[in-house]
Design a protein around this ligand. Structure first.
Ligand SMILES: [Zn+2]
Length: 59
């Protein structure tokens, strides 16, 4: 069997508890569960290497 890298299907914010799941139809993250803090920049707890936002996106 070859090694298959599976992208994360679910992520949870370490700071506010916001949960999202990956939606194949929309090709994007959808809120799944707690909405969390809308002002949170979301340090996602997935595998420790995912960057949620580029600095330039913050106004
Ligand atoms: Zn958060």
């Amino acid at each position: 069997m070859s090694v298959t890298i599976t992208p994360p299907r679910k992520r949870e914010c370490e700071l506010c508890g916001r949960e999202e799941r990956w939606d194949d139809d929309l090709d994007g993250w959808q809120i799944a569960g707690e909405t969390g803090n809308v002002y949170c920049i979301h340090e996602w707890d997935i595998n420790g290497s995912f960057t949620p936002l580029e600095k330039s996106n913050l106004s």
